[in-house]
Design a protein around this ligand. Sequence first.
Ligand code: MG
Length: 380
Amino acid sequence: MTRPRTAALIVAAGRGLRAGTVVAKQYTPIAGRAMLAHAHAAFAAHPLIDEVVTVIADGQQELARVALGPAARIVIGGALRRDSVAIGMAALNPAIERVLVHDAARPFVPVEVIDRVLCALDEADGAVPTLPVADTLTRGDGALVRRDDLHRIQTPQGFGRAILASAHAAWPIDEDASDDAQMVRRLGGRVALVQGDIMLDKVTYPQDFAAAEARLTWETRSAMGFDVHRLESGEELWLGGILIPHDKGLSGHSDADVALHAITDALLGTIAAGDIGTHFPPSDPQWRGASSDRFLAHAASLIADRGGRIDFVDLTLMCEEPKIGPHRAAMTARIAEIIHLHPDRVSLKATTTERLGFTGRGEGIAAQAIATVSLPGQPR
Ligand code: MG
């Protein structure tokens, strides 16, 4: 039996105004990336999800492109949530048999919840993640509400595509629906309850953003970079992102800024993303004479794309000449500027090699860097 083709439909067409953020809340960053991008990445990475379609509000196309990248499939939603779901459903590949409908206000989607919903769909028409209600509940008159039969409903909610489409078609035209399970139930469909996860808690109010970030685990990683370039007459000396007056300069395919190259490799190392040559091959003529700040900025952007942040960069330059001390502050400031870091978080040291070796003979400059970054881990 071939497995059913499955799509994730992320509903992000709300205005998100209660969050009090400058942009609609689904585009407000959490751990360095738009809230919407977290859920999108979780579905896109799941091996049993074949297609991800995101339903957005009209006018937010550019925000969505920036948040999700140019390859993401987006469609413009309608006035009501149910309209947006129906529009998204219509945009799915015809071969799709199952749909997971997810609210963008729940940024972190544990893979285990996706698995549970999909597994329950083997037996039921729909599956909904829920959590028990822990708090004591009362009505306005103080009467206690029995909570043993109450559940907090979460998303993603999974359905067979056909029954969800029928449920939407049968729903009264002038009535909105806050979730799809109630629509499928009204049609007589059987909806299973599966265990939800506190990672799926909704982000609604301003204080929810900090709470959501706090739910993430953070992983600290450090990695090294090392580089050497030859000193030659007739070259400009670019070092640490600044031009230094000197009788020799570093030679190489790019501007040969050995300091920026070492830091670039250290940053790439923290996300196991190869080295500078992987991203900017020396064989590619477009990098001839290129300013190395582009390489460094690219490495920093790859970390930001992962939702990570750079905590610290430490660099050691090895050479007899030029003297580094007079240029230290300018180099530190420039490096910090390129990777959007406070200068306190960039350390620059220099040493001679006691006139030993190629650095001691003034034939070249060597640089060694170590970078420390924090990356958001998988939801617990
Ligand atoms: Mg190099």
